[in-house]
Design a protein around this ligand. Sequence first.
Ligand code: NAD
Ligand code: TDX
Length: 337
Amino acid sequence: MKLLVTGGLGFIGSNFIRYWLSRHPSDVVVNLDKVTYAANPENLADIKNNYTFVQGDILDVELLDKILPRTDLIVHFAAESHVDRSIDDPLLFVKTNVLGTYTLLSAAKKYGNIRFHHISTDEVFGSIPLDSTAQFSESTPYDPSSPYSASKASSDHFVRAFGKTFGLPITITNCSNNYGPFQHPEKLIPRMITNLIDGQKIPVYGAGQNFRDWLYVNDHCSAIEAVIQKGKLGETYCVGGLKETSRNIDLVKKVIKLMGKSDDQIEFVADRPAHDNYAVSWDKILTELGWEPQETLESGLQKTVDWYLTHESWWRSAKTEAEAFYKKLNDYKNLKK
Ligand code: NAD
Ligand code: TDX
């Protein structure tokens, strides 16, 4: 099979390509990635066989015209993925996540309705009240909170509409927060680990009571594989990693303990606007496709901490960029006070 993976130099996309080629060595993967600040070519530097990297934009119709005639399956990861950056520059998220997905769908339709798997997020469902134990599921109405989740919600609607209107063979996964090797240090878990390595405080937004479900990235890859191989066309599958969610403050304390540091490293800072909470039920993918996560939060965090402790050359320059972004965001917030 010939796959086009978009955004394959980012966190989940690069883990997915590595996972897929190790399990399907006779398949051929083309990785189309624009190489934004979030990409790192080193992620796949050791992958040589049945793999081609193309630097380019999912909005580039002429480029898609060259790639798609030889494609059986598109696995669409490419996106702007960071909520805090979507507060700073929402339009970029509309361009990449909405127009980019639309452009890719149109190209998939043009070349004989290519099978299209769309990677989305549980953030499209909105927010669960702080005192509730409710969970999102495939039938939860969409109610996004941030420009990021609004752009992902829009892209999901276009994917489903192309399925219904044009018969494009689509599937969607809406997963919870991923973590693991190769995640950009702008995101909470790698930011915490690298701050602790640097002897810096961990900035916890608000009171740290917001909660999320955490999914180890390899478990996400196996869920996508299950949906590609056994999922029903036109369907959505929610993917999560835990049975119970974790409040941010508890997660932070777990990482501090794993790294042998003190809770004094925690610093409570101004909250994120429209800060949301999510918990996701993965009953459907378990019952219908027999998928379940293999890592516990403890085992996944240990692997992740070990990886960042031994890969400083991978994360150092990305961290410098991420912290410069956060400084700019804080300066802007202070200006508005
Ligand atoms: P990431 O930010 O690490 O990587 C995104 C990749 O997309 C980068 O390599 C970037 O260069 C590429 N890209 C951006 N714009 C592009 C464009 N116009 N054309 C081609 N390539 C482009 O993201 P991630 O965390 O790996 O997330 C991947 C996907 O999974 C996204 O669609 C995201 O919304 C979704 N998702 C992520 C999480 C998570 O916890 N990270 C959870 C749920 C869903
Ligand atoms: O420094 C921080 N301090 C802090 O308290 C950062 C970076 C985050 N947080 C909080 C905000 C969130 O409640 O931690 C939680 C996780 O934050 P992020 O890592 O920014 O992730 P989140 O906003 O939950 O979004 C992630 O999961 C869903 C991904 O970035 C999205 O792409 C995905 O769709």
